[in-house]
Design a protein around this ligand. Sequence first.
Ligand code: BG6
Length: 496
Amino acid sequence: MNASPSPLEPVDSFDYVIFGATGDLTMRKLLPALYRRFAEGQIPSDSRIIGTARSPLDDDAYRERARKALNDHVPADERIDATVNRFLRLVHYVSLNGAEATGPWDDLKSLLDAHADAERIRVFYLATAPALYGDIARNIAEKGLRTEQSRIVLEKPIGTDLDTARQVNEGVGRYFPESSIFRIDHYLGKEAVQNIIALRFANPMLERMWDRESIEYVQITAAETVGLEGRGGYYDGSGALRDMIQNHLLQVLTVVAMERPSSLDADALRDEKVRVLKSLKPLDRDNLSAHVARGQYVQGTADGQRVPAYREELPDEAPSKTETFVALKAEIDNPRWRGVPFYLRSGKRMPEKLTEVVVQFRAGEPGLFGEARPGSRLVIRVQPDESVTLPLFVKHPGNSFGLDEVDALSRLGVPERVRYRDSYEGLLLDAVKGSPALFVRKDETEAAWRWVTPILEGWRENEQGPDPYEAGTWGPESARELLDRAGHRWVEDAVA
Ligand code: BG6
């Protein structure tokens, strides 16, 4: 598995061509991530970052936008004027609609060909609407831009259901072999998600206890305080299930639940992850209400401010059945996990920004210390801070056998010396290096959609729509009921 090397070793020089270069993702994530790696010396200064989009801009105008993106999204203490200026010299722009065959493709080609080195790495990063990916891939190929050393990176969402995901995969697969297609899921770039693999397989004690005999249930939560953030156009056609569960949370689930891979090679790892997805018990209209809760926020308080309802944030304030919250109970039908619920939950306008995995171990027998001892709870915090905690009971100092609970494990790494890198940084450079371990393979995306699509279909047939929840709360009552039925609690409701 290819986590960020430390210290960072320079990669080979490359050309990074970004389609969708004026969009939010490029400005908020891609340019800041590339800047930070440049500042750390990982990106050779003869590399180039070539933005393409429809807006009629020249290099200088685009560089000014890039400068603003760095000002807005890179902390001041990481921005050094001279370094920013050197970085901006790498940046170029070609005004082009990547989905159309007409247009100044020759300009892009001559810019790329200006470097005669046939071995030079080219990365084409597609950050546009996914429906355009096939057309862009075709144009890249037909305009003669694809070389032996080319890779294509696809941002999520890959489609909106199984059929459209297949169309995207086939569309791009016609022009690029699977080995050069890098489907990005930025949750796999998160240090604490990668660390789950180390925790599980580098600690024999945990490895032996990682199954239905010892574990009662698992909760995976990705909660956000933000609402629509002006992304109504995209989000209202998507919803939390497509936006977060199909990709990010199912990816985390695969890492938590997979069997020990034969090695840390990309395909060994991904073979195991895909097996988990294929073992998920199907959910469909007949068992949906017992397994899935969905919600949409109404007015409430988030981050200390009164905030409007979801539908008031939509451009036309039209009624909408889009879910801004999903909680579901997934089950993995294999010998290791049969009968162990995996509760997944994600929502906008929750009380806090929090991503974590909670592994609840089974309770002990009553006996020596009175009542049954509660099971230990291993908490893997992914954000806002990265940590692992596993409270253990120890004897309270003194004559009697009273018990104290102490944290046995704590933060990851050495916090004062480690800057936890943004998840995009390592992934963008992994694409340059041609290391696919932390990218999603075609069969993984499709297996995830195969499981998620019947839920979407079940919802479509159901008139009722999502349950309302007040902004700033942990979602609708139906999410609590989902666990109540099994005698379980969400971690914030559980009595320690
Ligand atoms: C994106 C979703 O993929 O992930 C957003 O489209 C969401 O809606 C974001 O806000 C969350 O990412 P993170 O890294 O902040 O948890």
